[in-house]
Design a protein around this ligand. Structure first.
Ligand code: BMA
Length: 813
């Protein structure tokens, strides 16, 4: 960089052609280093110069336009389509800076580097008029910016020898085409839960650094996850120590042994698929993480912490960073390390075929090297995975590729994910398992040439399972998989969240707004069809109440559906039935939202808990009673993640019409080993009902609650089972629930509810007041119940009381 003068000017042009050039390396050990941050206000200009404005770096063009008032809230109504022009233009970032040459050069610094931590995406960079670099990959550190949409389109046109599908997202997504030709967040061109905002900008920091090159070495830290690595480290450090001493040394240093176990299971064809940490099998409980905002520079540390804290508060121990988004910021992984959240880390390829020409492979290789080196020191990362659903897309021919052409796509698949990504990961990080895809059959897929005949095979690996039309209460239709890494149902967020991005004419289920926000074909109808199987659909004559009640019923449907499925997976951990079972993971789709719209998430955009998230807190509880009906019998399982043994369960039978249990049935102590799921009670429902109270209970008039107790106290939450669809229930009365808000001595808030009848899916909502209840969406079988509210900011009794609404199932029809 001898071209340095006292003043420099950097010009970054975001455009749509270019190769890349990296002006820095991780493999350099530095002497004393001087840094000049260029994180500050730059100037941005569109291609014809009609717009010129200040822009923060880190940031992006959209956020600069927003902050300077050129555009309004991106998420308001139909603005995703109205602001499409932004990403169809080319933009230039410019800054000038002064450098202290004596500091940088006279002190004999051998290298001066201009480092771009993240350029989104296609750009050329010039310094004082000299082009010093070109970029084409959002996921690499770089040293200027083009329209990502035009670039992707041009790259796809240039790839004329054969098509690389899909060309465009389905029209319902209102997105852009050919995202698989550009290395940026694949969901930024739209997804089935999110808008199209193909950002462009300097999304991470820029700085100038001067340092002395000492020598070329490779330095990195990894958590010691592998005993063999530990031993070789020990051996090389202390050759004179005997092996057993090394071993005990390894064991005594707070070292973890992480394994992904794929081995034969007694009584079952195929192989297991589970994680073992320090020899202890771990059932992974959690969800799938997507980008928290379309504009990554608007994701604050507080937002990330809040979402992760909500995961932990819902008893999750794992999240999958899904392969259509971004490799998250460092802080995300640090927080996961701190909070004990295990991360399944996908590489950013999703639901598509990808090109394999040399420049694409080259930029991916650098991306993978950089990301693995950046992330591997985080113990939270437990597994790398090559892509989202691309093995399945190939195996089950999502894109209708003619048979004769399939070998080519297969070869491309192996080239990209096996020969390149896998090889790099194994070289850079020998301590963690690498899966080529999700879902996959793992080692079986490998044996079948990396693309299994059926990547959804329940006897191997992980599965993704979605079925929207079948009755979600019917657990017999669920896949008894080794590991459920995706499953879920959509719901709408709450009214207060939608209100921020809509106007009154939007507030009906059939409005243009409601269809515009729905990116999943027939999604709005699917939700009501599924809800209608078990609940009366909202029927209020007041249109606004009907709209709000409909939002509520979609959440009721989602919560119950995901509950049934998750409980099925958890209770299937210790058994093999008809060769299937030994399920060791339940990661539902999806944790968080990118905007205010219908999606599979359990957390709304902004962090508010949907009913599903409250349900998750219970169904992921370390100790959980699971009850279901099997061929006319009530079966209750105790599921325990603990390491000690548990006993006893109680079943109570309630009439819909009465707040006093009709009867209570207690069984003897049953041993439930830690880390297992055991049947602790089985009885025909007809016998249970006949032996209860006056024998007047029927499936339509009564329901069951049950919990676990050891000798002294309740273990885990109270659970319940409906014996018929609530829409068929007889004598379900309006509960007329009243609520009183009070502040407690600790400064927290309590809400005391009074009910005149058994009430299902009791839902407390305080609108925009940030915070969460300790429980919500519950079955109320007592006259009084006190719920606490944990505010995430200042509030008052008066504000809460004013905002509070209480809805139960009987209130919506
Ligand atoms: C999965 C995911 C996403 C998608 C979700 C819901 O397969 O990998 O691609 O958002 O289904 O359709």
């Amino acid at each position: 960089m001898s071209a340095f003068r006292k003043r420099g000017s950097v010009l970054v042009v975001l455009y749509y052609v270019g190769s890349f050039h990296v002006l820095f390396g991780y493999n350099i050990s530095r002497g004393e280093q001087h840094d000049l941050s260029l994180n500050r206000k730059w100037t941005i200009q569109n291609s014809n110069g009609s717009l010129s404005l200040p822009a923060e770096v880190p940031g992006c063009v959209h956020s600069a336009l927003l902050k300077q008032g050129f555009i309004k809230d991106l998420y308001f109504r139909f603005n995703d389509v109205a602001y499409r022009w932004i990403a169809l233009d080319n933009w230039t970032y410019t800054t000038t800076f002064s450098i202290d040459l004596p500091v940088l050069c006279s002190r004999a610094k051998q290298r001066v580097q201009l480092v771009f931590e993240g350029v989104d995406t296609v750009a050329s960079i010039s310094l004082n008029g000299v082009v010093v670099g070109k970029t084409d990959n959002m996921f690499r550190r770089y040293v200027s910016l083009l329209s990502p949409v035009l670039y992707a389109s041009e790259r796809s046109q240039a790839h004329s020898s054969y098509s690389v599908p899909p060309d465009c997202p389905p029209p319902v997504q209102k997105g852009e085409c050919h995202v698989n030709f550009i290395r940026k967040a694949q969901s930024s061109f739209s997804w089935d839960w999110g808008p199209s905002f193909p950002t462009l900008g300097l999304w991470k920091g820029v700085h100038l650094e001067a340092f002395d090159v000492l020598r070329l070495i490779h330095l990195s830290t990894v958590p010691v996850y592998s005993m063999s690595l530990c031993l070789s480290l020990c051996l090389s450090l202390c050759l004179s120590l005997c092996l057993s001493l090394c071993l005990s040394l390894c064991l005594s240093l707070c070292l973890s042994l992480l394994e992904l176990v794929q081995e034969p299971i007694a009584g079952s064809p195929g192989l297991s698929f589970y994680f073992r940490v320090n020899k202890k099998p771990i059932f992974l409980k959690g969800s799938n993480w997507i980008p928290a905002h379309a504009l990554q520079d608007l994701v604050s540390p507080a937002d990330v912490r809040n979402l992760l804290q909500s995961s932990v508060s819902a008893n999750m121990n794992a999240l999958r960073v899904w392969g259509g988004g971004v490799y998250e910021q460092d802080m995300f992984y640090s927080l996961c390390d701190e909070m004990g959240i295990m991360i399944w880390q996908d590489f950013m390829f999703a639901c598509a075929m990808y090109p394999t020409e040399p420049d694409f492979i080259e930029t991916v290789r650098e991306e993978v090297v950089q990301q693995v080196r950046r992330l591997k020191s985080h113990p939270s990362v437990i597994v790398w995975s090559g892509n989202n659903e691309n093995e399945a897309a190939l195996a089950t021919n999502w894109f209708g590729i003619p048979v004769a052409q399939q070998p080519r796509y297969h070869r491309d698949y192996v080239t990209l994910y096996v020969d390149n990504i896998r090889a790099i990961v194994q070289k850079e990080d020998g301590t963690r398992p690498f899966l080529v895809s999700s879902p996959t059959n793992g080692v079986e897929s490998q044996q079948e040439g990396w693309v299994a005949h059926d990547p959804y095979d329940l006897h191997y690996g992980d599965t993704h399972y979605y079925s929207y039309s079948h009755d979600c209460w019917d657990w017999t239709a669920l896949p008894r998989t080794r590991f459920a890494s995706e499953y879920g149902f959509q719901s709408w967020p709450s009214f207060s969240t939608l209100q921020k991005v809509s106007v009154s004419e939007d507030w009906s289920y059939g409005s243009n707004f409601s269809s515009h926000r729905q990116h999943h074909q027939t999604g709005n109808q699917q939700m009501l069809q599924q809800a209608g199987l078990h609940y009366h659909l909202p029927a209020s004559a007041d249109p606004l109440k009907r709209y709000k009640d409909t939002l509520y019923i979609t959440q009721v449907m989602q919560s119950q559906c995901v509950k049934v499925q998750t409980e099925f997976y958890r209770r299937s951990q210790s058994e093999v039935i008809e060769g299937k079972g030994h399920t060791m993971g339940a990661l539902y789709w999806q944790l968080n939202d990118i905007w205010q719209g219908p999606s599979w998430s359990s957390l709304e955009f902004g962090g508010k808990w949907k009913m599903l998230h409250y349900f998750a807190k219970d169904f992921f509880s370390p100790v959980l009673p699971v009850g279901f009906e099997d061929q006319g019998s009530l079966v209750v399982y105790a599921v325990s993640d603990l390491s000690h043994d548990l006993h006893l369960r109680t079943v109570s039978v309630y009439e819909w019409s009465s707040l006093d249990p009709v009867c209570t049935v207690a069984s003897g102590l049953v041993l439930v080993e830690g880390g297992s799921a055991e049947v602790i009670h089985k009885q025909t429902i007809s016998a249970l009902l006949a032996g209860c109270g006056r024998g007047s209970c029927t499936r339509l008039t009564c329901l069951l609650t049950f919990h676990l107790e050891d000798v002294n106290s309740q273990q885990g939450p109270i659970n319940h089972l409906f014996l018929s669809s609530p829409k068929n229930a007889q004598r379900m009365l309006r509960p007329n629930i009243t609520a009183e808000v009070q502040q407690d001595e600790m400064g927290g808030y309590t809400v005391t509810l009074q009910s005149s009848a058994v009430a299902a899916f009791v839902w407390l909502d305080v609108g925009d007041v940030p915070g969460r209840f300790d429980t919500n969406g519950f079955l109320m079988v007592t006259r009084t119940r006190t719920v606490t509210f944990n505010p995430w900011g200042p509030t008052s009794t008066q504000q809460l009381a004013q905002a509070l609404t209480v809805t139960s199932l009987r209130d919506v029809y």
